[in-house]
Design a binder for this molecule. Structure first.
Ligand SMILES: Nc1nc2c(ncn2[C@@H]2O[C@H](COP(=O)(O)OP(=O)(O)OP(=O)(O)O)[C@@H](O)[C@H]2O)c(=O)[nH]1
Ligand SMILES: [Mg+2]
Length: 547
């Protein structure tokens, strides 16, 4: 196996263009790497133009890759468990030949829950399953023993999954609706007992003869019941945006209640009822899951810029690398491990909730082409992934023309996409409209605009509603790759100068937007194919993620 960071001497050093190297603007979080870097500094100058090994982990043959298992969409049908049937049974003891009824109630069916967890990175496991069903409650038994509850199912999804409901079949809700309508028609021919003949809802005593069956007077069917848990079910239609890891799962479909045992139907005239009710049927919901947040870092770049090679250099990924555009057609996710695989951290880092970060993920996505926001190339499907990555790394090939122009072109596509997306979401989402009319005639005369504030997104009622993301507000930096190639230094110098201007507000932000991330933007020169400079990306990313 190839080492994660190839052990060429000097690989841990900032060496490519040492004069451009600047120190971190934030706190210094590196411990171990810096020391190594210093140790190797003296040997670096000669190693700048290291030739790379053919067929190595970083310069593989195009046929040497693993097929990505990543899936970002899945359609699922979930079924909550049906209730168990009620039991028909009678007490029988010595000297009590015809005892009172003692059939137990049926058990409640299993529930279906959903939980977003850290550690999952793809929906591929769910995409293989079309149906997910919780188990049925057990039937009630004699001696007044209730049936056992059905087993629950928890669907675990990666953080960043969006869940939408497509279709729902809820028999109890349909039954309730029907009962409500029938109650309206008071003078109907059937009278109040109309429901009593729905024989399929009853369990009859097995020893009854067909004659007995036809003679049995069934009482009015009890009202359909919902399990107590159904109160905490997510409101229909389901629309969730699970953008944070959840401590507890969320209830999607509560199990149906069990049937009633025969003691429930004892009356003066029928002291020994030979019938019980069946359990309710469970709910079936068809859901569409879509994973938007792929990774902590999204690699944004033109085709053939060297994104997949960079991913290979930073993780153990085996993404396909080839010297042509659109080598990558599906996203690849790589995990960058931040400890030495023995639990000892190499870089101190933690999530917002204080939990130590042991790794972060990078998404290598297909190359971006002009007019991608109009769905050209792999267009929208690509941009959807950019939308939610925590940090954006713009990968720019220093050997392919002016780096500043390439950076601006990338930002333009991303910015256009965002504008389009916000427009669409505005139209779709349920809006809260806040309108403040003119306060005084002077206001009206001065023709000051009346303010209308539109907001969608999470509210108290819908805490998991979709949020409108802002791409320009994300932390970003530039990875200037292929720095090992000759005559790239000048290109890098120009890029660096441009970013300096952006940092000092002499140039507009390349996205063309106003509300942008305002911290210092760094350009990091790397030679991914040699593994040079990639540690710097790692440190920089961790700082941005922690910030
Ligand atoms: N000299 C040099 N070549 C590189 C470097 N990084 C990548 N390459 C080469 O550039 C070519 C494209 O690399 P990929 O990693 O496949 O590029 P990509 O951005 O993933 O391309 P698409 O998936 O097609 O968008 C390959 O032939 C790599 O060997 C580098 O740092 N230096
Ligand atoms: Mg690629």
């Amino acid at each position: 196996m190839h080492p994660r960071w190839p052990s060429l001497p000097g690989t841990l050093t900032p060496f490519l263009y040492p004069s451009f190297y600047s120190n971190s603007p934030y706190r210094a979080s590196r411990i171990f790497l810096d020391q190594c870097a210093r140790r190797h500094e003296s040997t670096t100058a000669e190693l700048i133009h290291q030739t790379y090994e053919e067929g190595s982990h970083l310069n593989p043959h195009p046929t040497d890759y693993s097929r990505p298992v990543f899936t970002d969409k899945a359609t699922l049908k979930i079924h909550s468990g049906a209730g168990g049937h009620g039991c028909i049974s009678f007490l029988r003891e010595k000297f009590i030949a015809f005892g009172p009824p003692n059939g137990g109630d049926g058990g409640t069916g299993g529930n279906v829950w959903i939980q977003a967890v850290r550690g999952e990175t793809s929906l591929h496991k769910l995409a293989r399953r079309t149906n997910i069903a919780a188990s049925r409650g057990k039937n009630g038994m004699g001696k007044a023993r209730g049936g056992e509850r059905g087993e629950d199912v928890v669907i675990t999804v990666p953080v960043g999954t969006v869940v939408r409901e497509i279709e729902r079949y809820d028999p109890v809700a349909i039954e309730e609706e029907r009962a409500r309508l029938e109650a309206g028609k008071q003078d109907s021919d059937d009278g109040p007992g109309s429901l009593k003949w729905s024989r399929d809802k009853w369990v009859l005593y097995p020893a009854l003869t067909p004659r007995d069956v036809s003679r049995t007077e069934l009482p009015r069917l009890p009202k359909p019941r919902k399990s107590a848990l159904s109160m905490s079910q997510v409101k229909a239609p389901i629309s969730l945006d699970l953008s944070k890891p959840m401590e507890r799962p969320l209830l999607l479909a509560a199990g149906a209640t069990g049937g009633l045992g025969n003691p429930h139907f004892v009356t003066k005239t029928v002291p020994r009822p030979k019938f019980a009710t069946k359990g309710e049927s469970g709910i079936s919901i068809t859901l569409e899951l879509e994973l938007k947040l792929l990774a902590d870092v999204g690699l944004v770049g033109l085709p053939n810029a060297g994104k997949s090679t960079l991913l290979r250099a930073m993780s153990r990924s085996r993404a396909r690398v080839g010297n042509w555009a659109f080598t990558t057609l599906q996203p690849n996710i790589g995990t960058v491990v931040l400890d030495d695989h023995k639990g000892r951290p190499q870089t101190m880092s933690s999530y917002e909730d204080g939990e130590p970060r042991t790794n972060f993920t990078i998404a290598d996505i297909p190359g971006l082409v002009k007019d991608a926001h109009l769905d050209k190339g792999l267009g929208i499907s690509f941009l959807r992934h950019v939308e939610r990555a925590g940090v954006l790394a713009f990968v720019i090939d220093l050997s392919a023309g002016d780096a500043t122009t390439a950076l601006k072109a990338l930002w333009k596509e991303v910015g256009e996409y965002e504008r389009m997306k916000i427009q669409e979401e505005r139209e779709d989402a349920e809006m809260d409209v806040e309108w403040s009319p003119f306060q005084s005639p002077e206001d009206a005369l001065a023709n000051r605009q009346e303010t209308i504030v539109l907001s969608s997104g999470p509210s108290f009622d819908r805490p998991y509603a979709t949020q409108i993301p802002s791409i320009a507000g994300k932390p970003w930096f530039v990875v200037a790759t292929k720095a090992d190639l000759p005559n790239t230094e000048e290109n890098f110098a120009k890029l660096k100068a441009y970013l300096q201007d952006v940092n000092e507000n002499r140039e507009a932000h390349p996205s063309g937007q106003v509300k942008v991330w305002e911290k210092k933007v760094e350009a990091i020169p790397v030679s991914a194919i040699n593994g040079h400079g990639v540690n710097r990306i790692r440190e920089w990313t961790v700082e941005l993620l922690d910030d």
